[in-house]
Structure formats: C-alpha cells, structure tokens
Ligand binder design. Sequence first.
Ligand code: ADP
Ligand code: ZN
Length: 621
Amino acid sequence: MYDRGAGRGRSRRWQPWLATGGGLALVATLALILIAPWQGEIPLELSYSQLLTELAEGRVIEGTFVDGERVEGLLHPQSSTGTTGPVTFETQLPLAQGDHLLERFVAAEVPFGARTSEPTLWNGLLFAAPWLLLGGLVLLFFLKGPGAQFARHSRTRSRMARHGRGPVKFSDVAGADEAKAELEEIVGFLRDPRKFGRLGGRMPRGALLAGDPGNGKTLLARAVAGEAGCEFFSASGSDFVEMFVGTGAARVRDLFRQARAHSPAIVFIDEIDAVGKRRGEAAATGSQDEREQALNQLLVEMDGFTPSDSIVVLAATNRLDVLDPALLRRGRFDRRITVGYPDQKGREGILRVHTRGLPMAPEVVLEDVARGTGGMSGADLANIANEAALAAARRGSTLVEMQDLDEARDRVLLGSERRGLLLTAEDRYLTAYHEAGHAVIALVVPGLDPVHKVSIVPREKSLGVTAMLPERDRHTHAFRDLRARLIMLLAGRAAEEKVLGIERVTTGAGGDIQHATGIARQMVVNFGMSQRVGMVDLSGDDGPLAAHTGRIVDEEIRRLIHEAYQDALRILEEERGLMVGIAEALLERETLGQAELAELVAELRRPPANGTGNGYQKPDG
Ligand code: ADP
Ligand code: ZN
C-alpha cells in the first residue's frame, strides 16, 4: 500500500524522464515543421498542350519561365481533382515553340516572370539545412539538460500571453445582452476603481462565463478590456497542467505578476475546468499534483487581490458542473454569466457584425439567413460570413449575394463538397437509399424539422446528407419529438437493410448510430423519460454508475433504439414508393432542395391519371 506521499515521490522521480520524452517529441515536431516545406508538394506535370488549354480557359494564376526550359506556376483549384487550394504545376517546354507562349500569357493577362535555376550546391545546402539544424537541436537538448530547457520554455510562453490586437468593443459582440449588462459593472470598476469604491460597489474579483464553445466567451472578455481601456492577459487552463512541465503554479504566478504590473487589467483563463476540476478527483490528463498546485496558486492570487490591484479574472468553461466549489466561493468567481447559443435576433446581429466590411448585394436579407441557421453558434455564423465572401470571389462577383450565403451555410453545416471523389455504382446506390430513408421519415413523421436538402454529393464528412433546419428556435423537446429523431436517424440503416438485406448494410450509418445512442442516453439519464429508471438525473456524478443502475440504463437505451429501428423499418415498408422515388431522383439529380423535394412528393402521391402510370399513393394509416 502506498500513501499519497510515496506516490508523489515516485512521480517526482519520473519527471525528468517525462521531460526528456516530451523534449524529444518537441524536437521531432520542429524537425517535421522545418523539413515539410522542402519536401514540398509535388507539382502537377502538365504537357505543353495541356498548358495551352489551361491558359485559354483562364485557369492559370501565374507562371515562371525557368532557364527557358520549363514553366512553373499556379493553377486555380480544380474541381476534377477535388483540390481546394491553388495547384502548383510544371511544364517542360518543347525545343521549338511555334505558338508564342509568352504572348499567350500576355493575352490571358496572367502575370509571369523568368528566372534561372539555383546552382546545385545551393540546392544541396537547402536540403541539408534542416538536418543540420535538427542535429544542432538534439545536441543542445542534451548539453543543456531537459530541466533548464523547459523552465525557459515555460517562461517565454506566459510572456506571450499578452495580446496586442486592436480593442474589441461591446458593439462587436452581437446579442448576449444579458451577459453584457452583467459585465458592465466590471467595466465600471476597471475604468475607475476608486470612484467605484466610493459609490459603494463591492469590488468584483472574478466572473465565470459558462457556455458551449464558439458563442463569444473570449470575445466578451476582450470586449470588457476594450470597453474599460485596460490590459488583457490570457491563458488557457490546459497551459497550467501540461504533463511534463513542473511549472503550472509558477505560470499562474507569472501571469498574475505581469497583470499586476500592468493594472488595471483583465486576466482571462479559457478552459478553466482543465485546472479547476474538483480537487481529489482523478484527472484525465496531467498529473494530479500539478493541477492542484496550479489551482491552489490561482486561489491564492485571487484571495490576495487588494483594491489597488484593479485586476478582474474572467474565466470560461463549458463544464460548470465539474468545477471545484472553492472556485465559486464569494470573493472568487462568484458571478456566473451564461453565454448561450444566439436566438433569431442574436444570429441576425452576429451576421450583421461579420458582414460589416463586406460588399453586400442590396437584396440580401440577413433576417432570412438568421432564420435558416437555427442552432448555430456565433463562430459558425462568423464562418458563414467569411465563406460567403469567398464564394462571391470564386464566382468573380464583386457583391455578396444570397446564393453565396446559401452556399456558405451549407459548407459550414455540412462540410464542403468533394465532387472529385469517385464512388462505385454500388456505393452511390446505397447512399441514395440511405439518404432517401432519412428523408422519408423526416417527411412523414410529425415533430421533425423540415428537410432543407438531401444530397448524395460526397462531402468532407460523409457520402451523403439529409440536412434539416429548425423553423424556429426550440427550447424544449417533447418525448414524441425525440423519438421521431431516433426513428429518423436510424432510417438510413433501415433503408439499406430494406433494399440490400442485412448482409450488405455498410458502415455508413456509424455516425447516425452514435448520434442516436447519445439522444437515447440523454432521454434515459437526464430527462427522466424511461419509466424503469424513473425521473432521476444520473448525470451529476462523473464516475461510473452503480453496476445495477448501469445495467438498467443500458437496457433502456437499447430498448429505445430497438423500437425506433423497428418503427423505421415499418414506416419505410409502408412508404416504399416514396423511398424508391426519392432514391431514384437522387441517383439522377444528386441533390434535392426543399422545394424540389416537395414537388417530387406531390408528384409521387398524385393518383395515376389513366390507370397506366405507376403513380404512388400514400397508404391509409
Ligand atoms: P468561445 O470563447 O465562447 O469559445 P469565441 O469568443 O472564441 O467563443 O468566439 C469565436 C468567434 O465567433 C469570435 O471570435 C467571433 O468572431 C464569433 N462570435 C461568437 N459569438 C459572437 C457574438 N455574440 N457576436 C459576434 N461574433 C461572435
Ligand atoms: Zn445517415
């Protein structure tokens, strides 16, 4: 049996070894980074005639004549190869060119230049440089010893934590009105600490911003600093708990020392849960000691604030439930501010903020875009604005139009298309039925969001998609709606089984099954929707459930999934005509939008005109 002290001693002895291992990993990474550019991408070999075609069709971005023997240059991304960035190419020039290549460059208005290739010795050196550097680094590492090395590493890191970007203001943060109102007080304090005290305000020390990633916690913290005109220092909780750096607490001290030197200041700690988990609980990463020391140091720093320090600590987390209660005590992070997903108005505002500098076409209605982006985070919306500008540029347009925003939204929602990916006929067929299965359920089972698009164009994340968008923001979900979602998610696999038989179903439903299991688990564990488990919330303790309860939970999840799958099979049987019709339309057209889908359904359900057509009618019941 070991007592804690013995355990601690042991981990100390291991630290130099961990440090050595970590150091080697660092050196290897550095070497990779250094070598990568020299390994470079291999240019696309274009024949001379291909080059002429590319030029004529306007796909060449620039070219360089090398030694008068070959042309190197850049091509626009090509849909045929599925690339997304410019492609480098190389073309050997024939000895005699009768067709004035230079003039063609001029005519096509493609910038070009010329150079002679470097002497080979220089090339050789360039190639050897990263290896020499690598050797040097390894030497240095062993000469100086891991300890010294890493202490220095840690110190430079926290110095870099000070940010110098232009100030963010509250007007850059859209929506989040309640959060802003709560933060106003902190702004007031930082602007003039003494006046704040005279007016009887209680000195704020810390506030916790809680919410899912991408909804503006960091942005709000920066805005507080911007509004107050004070310094902003930031670090991430995970910086303090890195495995092999024995300096978590030292980094915390360092951070606050700097903040004090520049007060008034905001200290922002992202992912505070990494360091602020309840003490005494097993940590997933990092050494327990390390984390506790860092946490204790943080508490010491906050407790030691005096009014003249004028420092406020803002921390962000999406795991309020795991935080050590000591952090939430009075005089520490005693204010909690929820930063949630934006609602319709908030989304419109965020889109407005991020399209401020873009040339928007007058007929773009951001309110409509906001309506079609329910459930997205602020970061997603910022991304849409960005992608829309790129889409407009790709079209060669000077204005961002509605179509660009649509394209951008699909990109953010579904991942970008990979049209170059070649599928076997069987994969395509299977995907068409899989998606048709999802779509049928979405169309006929009440309680589901409308289908926005069904497609079998392969994308980054999947071979096909059935995308649904909520019509309005939802805050609660009825049991019936969650069951409908389960059926919808499992219907992809159910459709595969229907057309190909259980033997040939594919791995394509993996994501669906994972998603469905997650929902079923929440229904049982969080929402009290299983009678056997009852209305108890079992999510509170992070640890494993008691074996007995755990088994019942498992059985209940299985039951929900099984029943939903049986429902999916049954409904697809009843609606076989609809499923086949949609799958065939997909095989023919690849993508069906909301309107096209509605049209198709109407057509499939129209009774046969003279008894000869193979029209399809919705069966009763
Ligand atoms: P978090 O810290 O909650 O993970 P961030 O503050 O890093 O989120 O947000 C990421 C980005 O998303 C921001 O830099 C900003 O561009 C955008 N964003 C998020 N929320 C908003 C908002 N309310 N208003 C404007 N932009 C936002
Ligand atoms: Zn699916």
